[in-house]
Every structure is written in structure tokens, then in C-alpha cells.
Design a protein around this ligand. Structure first.
Ligand code: GLY
Length: 372
């Protein structure tokens, strides 16, 4: 069992040569933002991109910390629909209006939506301006703020337009999670559990014992975020542009993205909830293919359920998709290569692998049983 280090601030380095950066995790580290940025990148003028919810709770704190360095704020509407070309143009123009130049910084202060569109704007503004991620949700602290995927959605699908553009620093203040609605925290936890399920059986065992402490904000919370960031950093260091290993981070996502699309990317099904159902399906499907012991599949599902996460399509409020609907949506996934679906399957807890040759008849049989 892993020991929890006795420090309040943890620094996880992401080693990518000249694009390396730190993830600084801790209770209250927002108040150190100016120093954390200045000691690594100098005291630069910056603009904050946030959404209206984050602005209400935390903007004044960050502005006060940045003092004279803050040239201004661009506040976006909360929600997935903000990740669009329609919002990207005004965001870029507002950043230019604030006088953001090549040597300045964009600070993406918010959840995954703000991080994705804020990072994308930084990557194209003046052909690339440095940016810092200050994630405010559990999901963005353990996943979307790390690794440099930025982007927007189009009617054709999620995240189909974007760049690989690494932040210069990630500041994950765990105190910000106190204002996060419980449902959002729980959905973010699905991505924490994902790191154990895909590659670290010991961490998964630790989560089974300590998830209540993670949820209640005890010392286990920082540990869980640190372990998640370390896992993600290791994968990104090995495969920054998702040519191989990084695909493992998509455990549960082939099923999950299709379920999210079915639910209209709405509050009916949050991303992490879809990934929870998707991971349960990945374990069950792997078991049906005789790749994964049934007891491991049951253990994974039991843990997700214990935390209050959905594990079955029928738990989606308003109804589940038909097998054919799900297959059609899965075929539109951006992980389709030459018409072949990519699945992340498992040989057990902590043993995920990439599978490009799934038998479509077996998949259809499985979905028929899951969704009929
Ligand atoms: N969220 C998956 C990735 O960053 O690759």
C-alpha cells in the first residue's frame, strides 16, 4: 500500500524536453500563483480566461494574487456549448484587445471547457502564446489540464478541432474543489479510478480503501490527485501525441463518448458518468471475450457503484440508446481508423491494452444484451 507523503504541496514534473512543466498540487496554492509563475517564467503580463461560475467564486482571489500582472479577464458562458468556433473568435479578439503579446501569458482558470478552449486560443493567438492551466474541477485537475490536448467541438463531434499545446505550468488548488457540486466531484472521480483500472492495481486497491477520504477532502484527496497526475504525466511523456500508449487514457471512452453523444452532451449524463458506464462495459466486454476474469470485472464495477457512479446504460435519465444507435455513434468516434474501431480492453485490474481488431459480431451481441 502506498504511503502518503507528509507535505501539503506536491509537485509532479511532466518531462517533455523544452516543453517540460510542473503540476503543483495543494490546498491553497492559488494564493501562490504569482510566485509559482514568476519563479518559473518571470513576472509576465497575463490575461485570465474563466467562466461565469468560476468568476463568481474565485476570480477576485486570483486577480488580487496576480496584482499588476493581470491585464484583464475574458469570462465565458459555462457549459460544453462554449467550446465552439462561435466562441473562439471573440475569445481570441478579446485577448488581443487586452494587449496580450507573444511574451505574455494566458491563464485558463476553470474546468475542462475553459482549459480546452483557453488553451486552444493560446495556441493560435499570435501563432502561440504561453499558457498556464489553473483547473478548478476534479476532472480537470486529474485529466484535461495535463497533457496539452486543447480544442473545440463541431457539429461533427467532440474535440475534432484542436492542437497539442502543452501548458507552461499547472496549478491545482484542491481547496477550489470545495465549491464543486457533489455530482461534478463524483463524475471527476471516475477519471481518478480510471488510472487505477488502466495501469495501477495497487492504486486501485488504495482507492477501494480510501475513496471516502478522497470524497470528504481528507489527506487522501491530494494523494489521489497526485497519483493521477503522475500516471498521466508518465503516459504523456512516453507518447505525447497519442500514437500508441496514450490511447490507454481512453479506457471507457469508446462506449462512453457514444453514450455522451446519445445524451446530447447535456446534464443528463456528465462526461465522468459516461466514462464510468463505459469502463464498466469495457470490463464486462473484456470478460465476455475471455480476456479478463469475471471477478476483476465485478470488482471494478462494485467500486464505481460504491462511489455512486452509474455503471449501466439504463441508468441514463430519460432512457438508454438502442444497440444500433450506440453502434452508429461509436462508428463516429475519432478513434476510428480506416473504419476500424479502437477499443481499450483489459486483462484485469490495472492491465489495459489497445485492441483494434474487435469482432464486430461479438460487439453487437454484447450491446444487444446491454441495451435491449
Ligand atoms: N484525456 C485523454 C488524454 O489526455 O489523452
Amino acid at each position: 500500500m502506498q504511503e502518503i507523503a507528509n507535505t501539503n504541496v506536491r509537485v509532479v514534473p511532466v518531462g517533455l524536453g523544452e516543453r517540460s512543466y510542473d503540476i503543483v498540487i495543494g490546498d491553497g496554492v492559488l494564493s501562490q500563483s504569482r510566485d509559482l509563475i514568476a519563479e518559473r517564467h518571470g513576472a509576465r503580463q497575463c490575461a485570465i480566461v474563466c467562466d461565469a461560475n468560476v468568476a463568481r467564486f474565485h476570480l477576485e482571489t486570483l486577480r488580487a494574487v496576480l496584482e499588476d500582472l493581470c491585464a484583464g479577464v475574458v469570462t465565458l458562458e459555462p457549459g460544453e456549448s462554449t467550446k465552439s468556433f462561435y466562441e473562439l473568435g471573440p475569445l481570441c479578439e478579446n485577448l488581443l484587445e487586452l494587449g496580450i503579446e507573444r511574451g505574455d501569458l494566458v491563464i485558463a482558470f476553470g474546468g475542462g471547457v475553459v482549459g480546452d478552449i483557453g488553451g486552444f486560443a493560446a495556441s493560435i493567438l499570435r501563432r502561440g502564446v504561453d499558457f498556464v492551466q489553473i483547473p478548478t474541477t476534479l476532472l480537470s485537475q486529474v485529466d484535461s489540464s495535463v497533457g496539452g490536448k486543447t480544442g473545440i467541438n463541431t457539429p461533427q463531434g467532440k474535440n475534432l478541432i484542436g492542437t497539442f499545446y502543452q501548458p507552461r505550468l499547472v496549478i491545482a488548488d484542491t481547496a477550489l474543489l470545495e465549491t464543486l457540486p457533489e455530482r461534478q466531484f463524483r463524475a471527476g472521480y471516475a477519471e481518478v479510478a480510471k488510472y487505477g483500472l488502466l495501469g495501477d492495481a495497487d492504486f486501485f486497491g488504495w482507492l477501494e480503501q480510501n475513496w471516502r477520504d478522497v470524497f470528504s477532502g481528507g489527506p487522501g484527496r491530494i494523494h489521489a490527485i497526485e497519483m493521477s497526475c503522475k500516471a498521466k504525466a508518465a503516459i504523456v511523456e512516453a507518447d505525447e501525441r497519442e500514437e500508441s500508449l496514450r490511447a490507454l487514457l481512453n479506457l471507457g471512452h469508446t462506449f462512453g463518448h457514444a453514450l455522451e453523444a446519445f445524451a446530447g452532451y447535456s446534464d443528463r449524463l456528465l462526461h465522468g458518468e459516461a466514462i464510468s458506464i463505459g469502463m464498466a462495459m469495457a470490463f464486462e466486454f473484456s470478460n465476455e471475450l475471455e480476456l479478463c476474469p469475471g471477478q476483476d470485472a465485478q470488482r471494478a464495477i462494485r467500486h464505481l457503484e460504491a462511489c455512486g457512479l452509474p455503471t449501466r446504460a439504463e441508468q441514463i435519465p430519460g432512457g438508454k440508446p438502442t444497440p444500433q444507435e450506440l453502434l452508429t455513434l461509436m462508428a463516429q468516434d475519432k478513434k476510428v481508423l480506416s473504419g476500424v474501431l479502437t477499443f481499450i480492453l483489459v486483462r484485469g485490474i490495472g492491465e489495459a491494452f489497445v485492441e483494434r481488431g474487435v469482432d464486430m459480431d461479438k460487439l453487437e451481441d454484447f450491446l444487444t444484451r446491454k441495451c435491449s
